[in-house]
Every structure is written in C-alpha cells, then in structure tokens.
Design a protein around this ligand. Structure first.
Ligand SMILES: [Fe+2]
Length: 208
C-alpha cells in the first residue's frame, strides 16, 4: 500500500512538474521588444517639464501643433509579468520633424509649445500612458526617418532603448534603415492602432 501511495504521489509530482513546465513554456511566449540605437538627439541637459502630456506646457496659451495622439501600454518581463516602477524616458521630434536639440541640423521650425521629452514611471500593474503629437518624419544622414518615438526604458533588472513606430506608416517604415535593421523583430516595435488616434504598445524587457 505504501508502495502504491508512493508511486501515486511520485506520478502526481511528475505530472505536476510537467504541467508546470508546460505553463512556464507558455509564459515564455512574450517576445522581447527589439532594441534600437539611442540616436543623436537624446535631450541631455533638458530642464523643462517631464510629465506625461507633451502637448501642453504650464503657462503656455497654445497647445502643441500637430495631431494629438494617446499611447497606452505596459512594461512586462518575458514571462508576461508587469514591471511596476519602470522608468521611461521618452523623446521625439515635433510635428514638423524637428527635435528641440542643439545638434539637430533640420531647418524645420521648432514648436515652443511642444514638450519634446517626458520621464514617467509605470504603475503597479506595469501600465503607462502618454499624450503627445504624432511626430513628423525627417531627413537624416541615413535617409528619411519614418515617424517614431524614442524610449529609454529602465526596469528593475533590464534596460532597453527602443523606438516605437506607427502601423499606418507601414510603407514609410519599410524604407527606414533603422526599422529594417530590426529584421524579424521589427513588428515588436510597431504600436497597435485602437482608432481615434489612440495606440496600444506593450514593452517586453528581457529580465523585467
Ligand atoms: Fe529620431
């Protein structure tokens, strides 16, 4: 009897381990978001507002020029677990395709009402939200850059520098050298359009 019980419990253990292994494999299905170059326009020395709404600056009567968009997402580890307190440093060109950066050679106009940088943190459920304008495309030494938003994401154990692209720009994305350099991972960098100028984009870090 003891032998049978032992055998049963052993079978139970093996079965449980198998189920656990299958579950773990399923949880590993998250694809890590493709890493992109930092680029030359990280706003070192920035002294302005860093809140999650880039379209409004305190004391300015005007809102930033361009199409207002909203991006919602989460930061996850590769097991799909949300990362609380991850820091996202975010920067982008304005609607005309110009960075508020002294090294940007573009002749497109600056927008004094556009906050070109934000530094935000994820909530306890790993979520983050950004209100901004759709960035313009711009010429660069490596060819035309398709519209994109830069992010430097610091999780608990991992850091990833990313660029988010827009699904409606697929034709332009395909001509962008940095987008193409992502190869098969490129789709991890494209947000999902939810309609009404809203987007959804989850970021997956290797170790969270
Ligand atoms: Fe850029």
């Amino acid at each position: 009897m003891a032998f049978i019980l032992k055998k049963l419990s052993r079978r139970g253990f093996v079965g449980g381990a198998l189920i656990g292994a299958v579950a773990a494999k399923a949880a590993l299905a998250q694809t890590v978001t493709a890493e992109s170059p930092l680029g030359p326009f990280f706003p070192t020395g920035y002294r302005g507002e860093t809140d999650a709404d880039l379209t409004r600056i305190a004391g300015h009567a005007q809102r930033a020029k361009g199409q207002v968009i909203e991006v919602n997402g989460r930061v996850l580890d590769r097991h799909g677990q949300p990362i609380s307190g991850a820091r996202l440093d975010i920067w982008q060109a304005n609607a005309a395709g110009r960075y508020s950066h002294p090294e940007d050679p573009a002749i497109m106009p600056l927008d004094p009402d556009f906050q070109g940088y934000a530094s935000i943190h994820t909530g306890s459920d790993g979520s983050w939200k950004l209100t901004t304008i759709k960035p313009g495309s711009y010429d660069s030494p490596i060819g035309t850059r398709t519209p994109h938003i830069h992010l430097d994401v610091n999780g608990v154990k991992s850091r990833n520098i990313l660029q988010m692209y827009f699904p409606e720009d697929e034709a332009l994305n395909r001509k962008d050298m940095l987008y193409n350099a992502l190869g098969d991972s490129a789709p991890t960098s494209v947000a999902r359009a939810l309609g009404d100028h809203r987007y959804d984009w989850d970021i997956v870090l290797i170790e969270g």
